[in-house]
Design a protein around this ligand. Structure first.
Ligand SMILES: *[C@@H]1O[C@H](CO)[C@@H](O)[C@H](O)[C@H]1NC(C)=O
Length: 241
């Protein structure tokens, strides 16, 4: 039965040829979290998060607005605003060690994404990217990026995007990041040096690796993972992935 093996190797080759964009950023165990932050996660109720939430090295005191209920084993907590579990470095073992590894993996991913060289696009549209269609590739801005109108990320389900932004990233109220052509949010990475602000009613797509804070204003949503070196603030926001 040589034929099926040949077909498989042909398809594998074809797959590797057609995928466009940079090598994927490996989130390792940080991918087990919808929200992971070193200094805190706050919500102004009612937010809705699908996936795990974690803070480390800070303890549970830095998770506010969730009305947490601690599990009887002390290893995690639950909240009516989270479809998943909530973890803090102050919880019982093995949670602190698990979080230390995840936060380390988050830092490794940020360093990896920030370190990618030879961008396909540098300072595209001087950072004002509303209305554009973004094809696969590595994008670098030495400035802030603002999205004042809907922006489209277009490519196949195997294509990848890395957006390196030295300054802040802001998505204006009611505006959207739109995916087209089968593009997957898990293949999109925004690595941001300044604060990230998703304004009221806006919708965001893609993994965020933030050097500072991430804020989702009232009624906004993100099909995303929010991974912050400092804190994440939600104002009646929706986060899923
Ligand atoms: C992006 O740049 C890299 C390195 O120069 C190149 O190999 C690749 O083909 C470019 N990708 C796209 C989608 O243009």
């Amino acid at each position: 039965m040589i034929a099926p093996i040949s077909i498989i190797s042909f398809l594998t080759t074809l797959g590797s040829v057609v995928a466009l964009g940079p090598a994927a950023v490996n989130l390792r165990t940080a991918a087990n979290f919808a929200i992971l932050a070193k200094a805190g996660v706050t919500t102004m109720p009612v937010s809705k998060i699908t996936g795990a939430v974690g803070v480390s090295p800070i303890g549970v005191q830095a998770i506010t607005g969730f009305s947490l209920a601690l599990a009887s084993n002390g290893e995690f907590a639950t909240s009516s605003q989270v479809v998943g579990d909530v973890f803090a470095a102050s919880f019982a073992a093995p949670t602190p060690a698990t979080l230390t590894v995840a936060v380390g993996d988050m830092g490794t991913a940020l360093t990896d994404a920030n370190g990618r060289a030879t961008p396909n696009f540098t300072n595209l549209a001087t950072g004002t990217i509303g209305g554009l269609v973004l094809t696969p590739g590595l994008y670098k801005w030495t400035t802030a990026v603002s999205i004042g109108n809907d922006v489209t990320i277009s490519g196949s389900a195997t294509d990848t995007w890395i957006f390196q932004i030295a300054g802040t990233l802001s998505l204006s109220a009611g505006k959207k990041v739109v995916l087209a052509g089968g593009a997957l949010t898990s293949n999109i990475v925004w690595v941001v040096g300044g604060a990230v602000t998703i304004a009221a009613g806006a919708h965001f797509e893609g993994v965020i690796l933030a050097t500072t804070s991430i804020t989702l204003e009232t009624g906004s949503s993100a099909n995303s993972r929010l991974l912050s070196q400092t804190s994440v603030a939600l104002q009646a926001a929706t986060v899923f992935n």
